[in-house]
Structures are given as C-alpha cells and as structure tokens.
Design a protein. Sequence first.
Length: 210
Amino acid sequence: MKFKMLGMAMVLALAGCASFPGEQVAETTLPTMSSYQQRPGVFVDFTFYQGEAGSTKAVEVPQGRDMLKPQLEAALRDSGMFSRYTLDQFQKQPGDYTLKLSVYNSGSAGAAMVSGMITGFTLGIIPGSAKDEYTMTLQVLDEQGQAIKVGENQDSVRTWMGLVFIPMMAHTPADAVNDSFRRQFNALLKQLLDQQVLKYAQGRSLLMRG
C-alpha cells in the first residue's frame, strides 16, 4: 500500500499541477499615508486554523502561520499604515494596538483525496482538483482589551492536477495562496481605515485613539 501511494504521488508530480486564486476579493488600493507623521504601532496576533471560521472544532496549524508570515510582514510594511509592527508579543510596546488576525481553511481534504486518486490511477489523463476555502477575520483590541471587529472576507484557491496542466506548472500553490492572502488582508486594512478604528494625526499633532 505504501508503494502504491508513493507511486501515485510520483505520477501526480510528473503529471503537473497548477493553482489559481478564486479572486473573490478584488485588489484593494490603500491610500498613501506619507502625510501622517503620527502613526500607531501594532502587535499582530496571527493564527491559522484548519476548519470553519468560529468553530470550536477548528484546529490551530502553526505551519500555515509560518508559511504566510513573510507575506503578512510584507503587507504590513508596504501599507505604510504603522510606525512599527511586530508579530512577537514580547516586542509589543506600551500604547501599541493589537490586531487579531485569523485565517481559517475549510477545504475538503476527503474530496481532494478522491480527485487525486482518480487522476493518479488514470496517469494524469483525467484531471483532478482540490479547493481550499479561506476565511480571514480581523479584530482590534483597545487598551482595555476590548475587541472591536473590523470585518471578514472569503477567498479560495483551486489546484488542478493532470497532464493538461504541465504548461501551467509555474502557477504554484504557494504563489496562489500568497496572492489570495495579500488581497484579503489589504481589503481588511482598508476597512480598518474606513471605519476609523485607528486614527492618524498629521504634522506635530498627537495621535488620537479610536
């Protein structure tokens, strides 16, 4: 049985796969923050789960968090919204806001396995696919620890397997997941600005808290 599964994995690798984001969340253009000399610092409490959003059965997956951490740091840096940011709780400074960012992957592992087996048994002639569905939520914690919900959104990544997808193998799963994550997070940052949960001050004015 182990050799059979290994053989199927090799067939899928040779057959080729390509991943594409669902693009359910459109590209978001964040406003320039260059005129704001007073910007808040934030600690981002980022957690990745396997399961439905808000479900008590959702399981924390540290590997998913670690995979997306570079993309999150790049998005925070490129936004220009914060004077400083950290993902390390021990580096949080007095006065920093806490952003609670959660990502839930509720894709069906069972359906993906069946689809992959069919593709493997037909040597890649019959294509298969697997769909990961992502829900991202964002909350802000004030100085008293009270949570203010900013919002949530959903996107997906579908991975196709089969001989026909060999020319599209440059569309890797990692690239698709990173693209989906970036669009989802930027959309929530825009909501954060629109709701004025964090307020910014120009010039020498003091930073106002929301």
